[in-house]
Design a binder for this molecule. Structure first.
Ligand code: SF4
Length: 194
């Protein structure tokens, strides 16, 4: 029997739309905060991983591309990728990079640094992205955060696509920082109850 579809089964479209919008206007990058705050909120207040299981457009996109469209070699995910040290190590690295991005935003807001209309891929390669923003539309720090946040989102998407092709469709989920954080929160909450 075919599983009944829910509206949230189509959130993979949102994942594509998000990156497409950021190609035309970088300020749409702020919408990515939903994918940041919602899973944390659900884990803290709902004490479950409903976001990962049903609401994550990115996870769904990997399933679609890697599973339905067979863009994945479907090889087993290397064990070390799901090991604790790698998952928590990657989380710490990711949060450090997030913190650095927020700090850059602060510097621009404080006037000590000027707005850079570029994105940075893999925390290394600067790619000009100026056509997506008209100077002066919003405060410089608002725009700087958009460029920084979009860089982070696009970099993690590309990493996810690479491991999707190399291994299983949803290999990214084994070490995704959001997944690691929500899992940690749910564990802590369960321990508290016990
Ligand atoms: S682990 Fe990350 S990518 Fe995977 S479903 Fe959860 S939030 Fe989405």
């Amino acid at each position: 029997m075919k599983k009944k579809k829910h509206w949230y089964d189509y959130l993979w479209i949102w994942a594509i739309l998000y990156f497409a919008l950021g190609f035309f206007n970088i300020l749409f990058a702020w919408f990515g905060m939903i994918d940041f705050l919602l899973p944390l909120g659900i884990a803290i207040f709902g004490e479950n991983k409903f976001f990962c299981n049903h609401l994550c457009g990115r996870g769904q996109l990997f399933s679609k591309l890697g599973g339905d469209l067979k863009c994945s070699r479907n090889k087993p995910t290397p064990r070390w990728m799901s090991s604790k040290w790698f998952r928590y190590g990657f989380l710490i690295f990711f949060l450090t990079m997030f913190g650095n991005m927020v700090f850059q935003t602060y510097l621009v807001g404080a006037g000590s640094s000027s707005l850079r209309e570029a994105i940075k891929l893999f925390w290394t390669f600067r790619v000009p992205w100026g056509w997506t923003y008209t100077a002066g539309t919003v405060a410089d720090w608002v725009a700087q955060f958009s460029f920084g946040f979009y860089s982070l989102m696009l970099t993690s998407l590309l990493l996810g696509l690479i491991v999707m092709v190399l291994y299983k469709p949803r290999t990214w989920c084994t070490f995704c920082p959001m997944g690691t954080m929500t899992q940690g929160i749910c564990k802590l909450k369960n321990n508290e109850k016990k």
